[in-house]
Design a protein around this ligand. Sequence first.
Ligand code: VG1
Ligand code: CO
Length: 542
Amino acid sequence: MTVQTVTTKPIAGQKPGTSGLRKKTPVFMGPHYLENFVQSIFDVVGAQGKTFVLGGDGRYFNDRAAQVILRMAAANGAARVIVGQGAILSTPAASHLIRLNKTDGGIIMSASHNPGGPHEDFGVKFNMANGGPAPEGVTEAMFQRTLTIGEYRIVAAQDVDLGRIGRSDLAGMIVDVVDPVTDYAALMETLFDFPAIAAMFKGGFRMRMDSMCAVTGPYAVEILEKRLGAGKGCVVNGTPLPDFGGMHPDPNPTWAKALMDEMFGQNAPDFGAASDGDGDRNMVVGHGIYVSPSDSLAVLAANAHLAPGYKAGLKGVARSMPTSAAADRVADALGIGKYETPTGWKFFGNLLDAGRATLCGEESFGTGSDHVREKDGLWAILLWLNILAVRKQSVAAILAEHWAKFGRNYYSRHDFEAIASDRADAMIGGLRASLPSLKGRVIEGMTIAGADDFAYTDPVDGSVSKAQGVRILFEDGSRIVLRLSGTGTEGATLRLYLERYAAGPGGLDLDPQVALAPVIRAAHALAGIEGFTGRTQPNVIT
Ligand code: VG1
Ligand code: CO
């Protein structure tokens, strides 16, 4: 075998963010860029004699990057790599394969909900042997390695045929090409009552699934259309395309507008859902009603026991800090543990591994459980379907009952995209400096009860993560959170999270933007968003 050792130099800025390393595709395709980062991964986790999983969301450069990574894995002494056919694997399916095959981890090629294409985004992330995203200590070590790297190893070989399922040899390393869907679909059958859901479809229940030309298409067709009998055509945009058909594969009301229009239109189906680029996010919509992700987590937590995989009940529920407290109310009612973590799925891993949490969720359309170590879009959609099949009520009725019982946490996220990084940093810096003086101040008739910059101590391993987002809490339970995105590739994105609690009865069916109006005004006044960024309105409201 011909291992080449290539001399290279560090490339600035290879620092993984909230969810792996994400850059513009041309940057990733630049000389040594992908290779430097992949070698840094192998240098940190070790490759000799190990087995890895490899796959991606099918975006532009996915196929060629896979060939490079395979040649580098072989050159670094890996024993075996399990690859999804066509180099395709959704993020949750990759997490499952890592666990199922007891491998040493996996490399996932994805920039998730960021657009794909020759001029859009690409990304690489490493998941550990537990199936979950590498924790901060590991990604930081990878980043440090990129700063000192001097060479990488790659074998000179032809491309592996990733189109054909089966085993082949690459310079002494086993390459197993597997169907991306089979094992994942089998896992879903163990968790949910497929016969009950199939019977619901047989009884006339109608669903629309928008896969947004991203990775969930083949999974959704197999599971929803074929196994559950949702009917041909239930899944739209079901073929993964390198540029996602020019769409922005982010399942929210802005980017999944066609689905929203259909669900709010005449003759709407009973249930609508969408998923993102790599299949870990989900949006669910009922006939004429949008389910906010924070509410979705709370409803799933309250009803999970209706699905066979969760009939013994939940051990605990974890949510990211900016996610609304709706799930906390359910945890309190169930008498189970509740956890508040920083943004990013990697923070849930320890809680899931330690058996402290069963369900986890983020306000950014991510929900999942201990069945894998990633958020899982189709899993959430199937759990909703299972609940609908058992309760035999509409989505609207289930939400109304939920709010009547627990009260409603009105919630919204406002994103201000592509703002100048220095202005964004100045704004957050100013806000941080003002935090100690905010307590007791009255604004928009609400009294500030306290303000801080969220710090998290992992209850399992004691690791501390600081500066995870500014929180301003009001005496009436309202809350403002501000943080800068760690997944963008252009300028800075400010995320402003807004929450207000209504106990009911009455006042439970307002438009969230109306219910939150005073909180929104208070946020703009306290942070000086317009002064720093020149912006009065967000680009995306979810
Ligand atoms: C965003 C979301 C966060 C999510 C992350 C990765 O991060 O807010 O909740 O975990 O994307 O999701 P940020 O730093 O841009 O706010 V995905 O679907 O990329 O794996
Ligand atoms: Co994603």
